[in-house]
Design a protein around this ligand. Structure first.
Ligand code: XBP
Ligand code: MG
Length: 249
């Protein structure tokens, strides 16, 4: 079957956003609300087991026995709004670059008429800001479908966000390939029936990627080859549309 579309995850895949982006923004929101909660690099790695920022805050409070105020639901919602504001500010500061090969692959795909989409659990404003600040001011329109955040109630690892994106694209999962960085992400994309390429990030390197078409360090560039953690790279050293077609076939 012909490859018609590439569906990208965002956090960890398009850019390394978690440690120096989302994590910092959560801590800033806690501080602004007079809370002593702080997520260091290691703790945040554990909390990433739960996708979705609001869900992650709740999980932390449950797991670490933090005291819940009576208006806990409102607090979570307000903390998360504040966190989103702070995260967008960080992106606007221009300090979170796209990962190697991302811009090159996106542009090649567009030139070759391969359709682009996004399937992420992060908040839609975060995606827009990342694309605008770190990729290109007009890059939101490179993507035909942006499936993000609470648009489906069940976040990754549930396949729902990919089902939603497939429906909007009007494509079968067999004609698409997903690019993910995490175990939760690949469970979601494989669950929806998409072949999946994994580019690992620091937080996800040791996770279980069984079922992946290949597992790489990153997409690579012509002058900076990817590392292969699993799968076949057909003698190639950076990911382009031809290589995606090989994995997809
Ligand atoms: C990663 C996530 C997100 C972010 C935080 O999403 O789980 O929840 O960590 O963003 P993906 P929000 O890898 O699917 O892009 O606070 O906006 O949820
Ligand atoms: Mg991810």
């Amino acid at each position: 079957m012909t490859l018609r579309a590439i569906v990208f995850d965002v956090d960890g895949t398009l850019a390394d956003t978690e440690r120096d982006g989302h994590r910092i923004a959560f801590n800033q929101a806690f501080e602004a609300h007079g809370l002593e909660w702080r997520w260091d690099v290691e703790l945040y790695g554990k909390l990433l087991a739960v996708t979705g920022g609001k869900e992650r805050i709740r999980h932390y409070v449950e797991l670490y026995g933090k005291q819940k105020p009576a208006d806990f639901d409102d607090l979570v919602a307000e903390l998360h709004r504040e966190k989103t504001r702070r995260y967008v500010e960080i992106l606007e500061g221009g300090k979170i670059p796209m990962r190697p090969g991302v811009k090159r692959l996106l542009m090649e795909a567009l030139e070759r008429g391969i359709r682009l989409a996004i399937a992420t659990t992060t908040t839609p404003e975060n995606v827009t800001a990342l694309l605008k600040c770190s990729l290109s001011p007009d890059s939101e329109k490179w993507f035909e479908v942006i499936a993000a955040g609470d648009i489906v109630p069940k976040k990754k690892p549930a396949p729902d966000i990919y089902f939603w994106a497939m429906e909007k694209l009007g494509l079968n999962p067999e004609s698409c390939i997903a690019v993910e960085d995490s175990e939760n992400g690949i469970r979601s994309s494989l669950g929806a029936g998409l072949k999946t390429l994994v580019t690992v990030s620091d937080y996800t390197r040791n996770q279980d990627f069984s079922g992946a078409a290949a597992v790489l360090s990153d997409l690579g560039e012509p002058d900076s080859p990817f590392g292969i953690l699993a799968g076949e790279s057909f003698g190639r050293h950076y990911v382009d549309v031809d290589l995606l077609e090989r994995w997809h076939a």
